[in-house]
Design a binder for this molecule. Sequence first.
Ligand SMILES: NC(=O)c1ccc[n+]([C@@H]2O[C@H](COP(=O)([O-])OP(=O)(O)OC[C@H]3O[C@@H](n4cnc5c(N)ncnc54)[C@H](O)[C@@H]3O)[C@@H](O)[C@H]2O)c1
Ligand SMILES: N[C@@H](CCO)C(=O)O
Ligand code: NA
Length: 432
Amino acid sequence: MRTRPLKVALLGCGVVGSEVARIMTTHADDLAARIGAPVELAGVAVRRPSKVREGIDPGLITTDATALVKRGDIDVVIEVIGGIEPARSLITAAFEHGASVVSANKALLAEDGATLYAAAEEHGKDLYFEAAVAGAIPLIRPLRESLAGDKVNRVLGIVNGTTNFILDKMDSSGAGYSEALDEATALGYAEADPTADVEGFDAAAKAAILAGIAFHTRVRLDDVYREGLTEVTASDIASARRMGCTVKLLAICERASDGKSVTARVHPAMIPLSHPLASVREAYNAVFVEAEAAGQLMFYGPGAGGSPTASAVLGDLVAVCRNKLAESTGPGESAYTQLPVSPMGDVVTRYHISLDVADKPGVLAQVATVFAEHGVSIDTVRQQGRQDGSGEASLVVVTHRAPDAALSGTVEALRKLDTVRGVASIMRVEGE
Ligand SMILES: NC(=O)c1ccc[n+]([C@@H]2O[C@H](COP(=O)([O-])OP(=O)(O)OC[C@H]3O[C@@H](n4cnc5c(N)ncnc54)[C@H](O)[C@@H]3O)[C@@H](O)[C@H]2O)c1
Ligand SMILES: N[C@@H](CCO)C(=O)O
Ligand code: NA
């Protein structure tokens, strides 16, 4: 074993960073044996130096992350600050000054992964980011390496722990939205600004990263259709239950059947209770990958939290250190297919629509005509009159698969009917 240690700079010592530091210290001997050289924490960049950080030598703490990455003797920079800047400048400076990088920063990778990959390649360094998608679950490495010889056609799953935790609590214990979000934040699952979770930005960033790697193309955050959780009501969840379904925030990346384009989307969807994704509880994530030769693969495990995320970061650290000792590098960007990303309107999916309608003859036929005019075929209709004297009925329509543009056109036209008093809920249906 080499006795001279590999030097690691840790940028950020929050939920994830503090766990990375702890495991690096407590498992130092095992890590050294697996890598073939000791790894030494050479500096820890923080924003609040006065905070007591158990197990970390106070002499390693600095508030000058830039100076740390530019020291010139750092072998690996671990970036767990988050956000776009200064993370991007720090990562590119790390490559320029001879270090490889391990990052958990999905927001940055989805916003400007190309710049990071290019800087890594220019300087012959590694860029690893297993922790950026689905926390502890090995997903990036299987896609980049294990499935590199196959053709992936679809990636679908739950990739945000916070929103899954919220939906699970609302569904199983009837907890309120804010109460569940506060709990997810206290458990270290939520982003620094939890809007990123509940508005679907975090899942959309992960979808962009997954689609890019799976389809060997470049997909950015802006290319991903996004709907968050904020519009999902307790009545949507109850309505899903009545249909034998549950509501999950899904990320879905697909290669078009003609192979000439891809789509990437994040939105709440109803899935049948019998589907494996329906039983994904709390902050767990689960992702299905469909590949031509492999068939369907499922990846499941803890998707958020300090310790699970640190597991993925440490795995990358070991890989990057091994590469360094072997004077090699791992895979870089693979975006050779340059497939365009199609708009959401082209996606073919199903809708569950719940309408409040006038309870009088001919309404059902009127509603059915609107669907037919937009070329959307109806699968089931359930009508229930109300006993509250309002003269209204609830009409629940589930469609067959149709282009999303046709489905939204249908809903727009339904809203204009006098007999439709309101659209109580619209949700896509997946997993059937
Ligand atoms: N928490 C999770 O479950 C989880 C899971 C996967 C990925 N991630 C990603 O890991 C990263 C870190 O997440 P976290 O949950 O640990 O966040 P966090 O807010 O707990 O930690 C980030 C830390 O970075 C520090 N920081 C900010 N700017 C800094 C700067 N310029 N120099 C030094 N320190 C600075 C902050 O003070 C904070 O302590 C993010 O990119 C996040 O998206 C988090
Ligand atoms: N905030 C993210 C962290 C893991 O990436 C989540 O809840 O999934
Ligand atoms: Na992962």
